[in-house]
Design a protein around this ligand. Sequence first.
Ligand code: ATP
Ligand code: MG
Length: 188
Amino acid sequence: MKGDEVPVTAPPRATRKVPSVVIVNTGDGKGKSTAAFGTALRAVARGWKVCVVQFIKSDRWKVGERDVATRLGIEWWTVGDGFTWDSDNMERTEAIAREAWRVAKDKIASGDYGLVVLDEVTYPMTWGWIPVDQVVEAIRLRPPTVNVIATGRDAPPELVELADTVSEVRSVKHAFDNGVRAIRGIDF
Ligand code: ATP
Ligand code: MG
């Protein structure tokens, strides 16, 4: 078959237009959050209002992308106080995750945003701090033009079911496995 021939089975023609979609980036490999932030960049490029809520990352462990995003007009909420295994106060971590969800729920419901990113939201869901059905309901009942991206390992089946697009990033290998520390400019 010559390179310029049309493939025998063409993909189905996309004819439906929807006002918004729900995207889930899950799996154990690197790239879930960065893919979400890359999409946020696209949204900004189209003049949308964008909001990022981080459920886990620390304010002390300051991610570089937050500064850039803020300069671009992205609203960025970091209320997490670090990964749980770093935390000496579990209750505080849980309370902060719940507070993050309260913020995120309002942002989604406001209808003010073209895109809301719920970064690392699966973890507090898995740990039972935020009820899965509440998150799923809030996303399902969102104003029609609000796109939502959720990231984190082990996305609950209910969230996967609701989503339009789900990508599972599989770790083939990671530098961390060889003892390489997180790198500024690459990992945060
Ligand atoms: P990134 O923010 O780089 O896109 P991610 O969102 O896919 O990563 P997280 O589980 O949120 O993955 O990872 C948080 C941090 O851990 C990041 O610094 C990331 O580079 C690193 N990381 C991601 N995947 C792995 C892995 N499989 N093993 C070790 N570290 C990882
Ligand atoms: Mg992440």
